[in-house]
Design a protein around this ligand. Structure first.
Ligand code: HEM
Length: 362
């Protein structure tokens, strides 16, 4: 960890204190309630892929499966989820988030990034990519530059998968994104079960995820391909309230805000309230805040203030956390379901935050 990072970590406001300081109305306003529903029926393929998954345990989870030319399976007919207690899986992930030895003390941010990168490969024109398949388990996609560092998230979730082998990887990875957002102080995110795990042939080509050193045109090119609009692009970018850039992953360096394990609209507030200058360093182009140079923004982040259509939303979110939470919840939920045929999906599953669950009776 860099000096700036460790200084920041010790200076950060305690996570729980910050979380409870979030405007209650905004958080309550974003809450939604849904009835639980059972996912689709299981199949023998579940066993096959469960065994395949088990062999992938540990390491980078790279499954060097050689495609069988006679194997006509697609994501559509690959493993199906069996009956799963999703709230139990949710709680197990929630319990596993805090770890003082990892980064800023939480696996939450990297789990959000995994959920986004496994979903954001969707191409609305061909219908391929997206969260159905969890194809980042396989070597070609796991090794895409954009996915560097996500083995930390995949390996972390492997422990949960072993406890709940009946959940598919693709449901698990997206569910983990929901857990992280909700438990780090964010809004409720509607989530449906039913994704099926695909095979190596379902891997998407490299280049479907955005580069941080580009401008508004590039952002639109990537997100419009997924079927996202300008409002959704800006709302989703607010996830950079969480986590940090790592020089050994993306090459960029540093967090976007002072409390990187708390979900809030701080990212947008700082975009406007801080003065940002190009960092002079021996790394890829990025911005630093003038005040103490401990925070960063990517060129793509800065585009949310310079592009007039993006700015309309980012300015609004900087002043109105309730609006941000509500729009983020819808856009993130949409993202997590990209590419999954609706016939495959369950009704929205009620996933309560730990703090909202009734205390266990003695
Ligand atoms: C223009 C769009 C985007 C670009 C260029 C971008 C780029 C990046 C980069 C370069 C990193 C640092 C990775 C590392 O070094 O560990 C990162 C981290 C992160 N991104 Fe994005 N991102 C974008 C959109 C999103 C979206 C839509 C989400 C979620 C909805 C998201 C969530 C995150 C999170 C939570 C992290 C922190 C991960 C960690 O701390 O390990 N990003 N992003």
């Amino acid at each position: 960890m860099s000096f700036a990072a460790s200084a920041l970590r010790s200076a950060a406001v305690p996570r729980l204190a910050l979380r409870s300081a979030l405007p209650h109305a905004a958080r309550a306003g974003a809450r939604r309630g849904y009835a639980s529903a059972a996912p689709g029926k299981g199949s023998n393929n579940g066993l096959i892929f469960g065994l395949l998954g088990a062999t992938a345990v540990g390491g980078g989870l790279y499954l060097y499966a050689r495609p069988d030319p006679n194997d006509a399976r697609t994501v559509k007919d690959a493993a199906s989820p069996k009956q799963v207690d999703y709230q139990a899986v949710y709680n197990a992930i929630a319990e596993s988030l805090e770890d003082e030895k990892y980064d800023d003390g939480s696996y939450g941010p990297v789990l959000v990034r995994l959920a986004w990168h496994c979903s954001g490969t969707y191409d609305k024109n061909t219908g391929n990519g997206g969260s159905n398949g969890a194809t980042m388990r396989f070597a070609p996609e796991a090794n895409h530059g954009a996915n560097a560092g996500l083995e930390h998230a995949r390996n972390h979730l492997e422990k949960i998968k072993q406890r709940f082998p009946e959940i598919t990887y693709s449901d698990l990875w997206t569910l983990a994104g929901v857990v992280a957002i909700q438990e780090l102080g964010g809004p409720y995110v509607p989530w449906r079960a039913g994704r099926k795990d695909g095979n190596v042939e379902n891997c998407t080509p490299d280049g479907r995820l955005p580069d941080g050193d580009k401008g508004a045109d590039h952002i639109r090119h990537i997100f419009y391909r997924m079927g996202m609009d300008d409002k959704e692009i800006v709302a989703l970018s607010g996830a950079h309230a969480l986590g940090r850039c790592h020089t050994d992953r993306s090459g960029f360096d540093g967090p976007w805000q002072y409390a990187p394990t708390t979900f809030s609209n701080e990212y947008f507030r700082l975009l406007f309230d801080e003065k940002w200058q190009e960092r002079k360093w021996n790394g890829p182009p990025q911005f630093e805040n003038k005040t103490d140079k401990s925070l960063m923004m990517l060129r793509t982040d800065m585009a949310l203030t310079t592009d007039p259509a993006f700015r309309k939303y980012s300015e609004k979110y900087s002043k109105d956390e309730g609006a941000f939470f509500s729009d983020f919840s819808s856009a993130f939920s949409k993202l997590l379901h990209l590419g999954v045929p609706s016939a495959q999906l369950s009704e929205p599953v009620s996933l309560k935050k730990v703090e909202d669950q009734a205390p266990a009776t003695a």
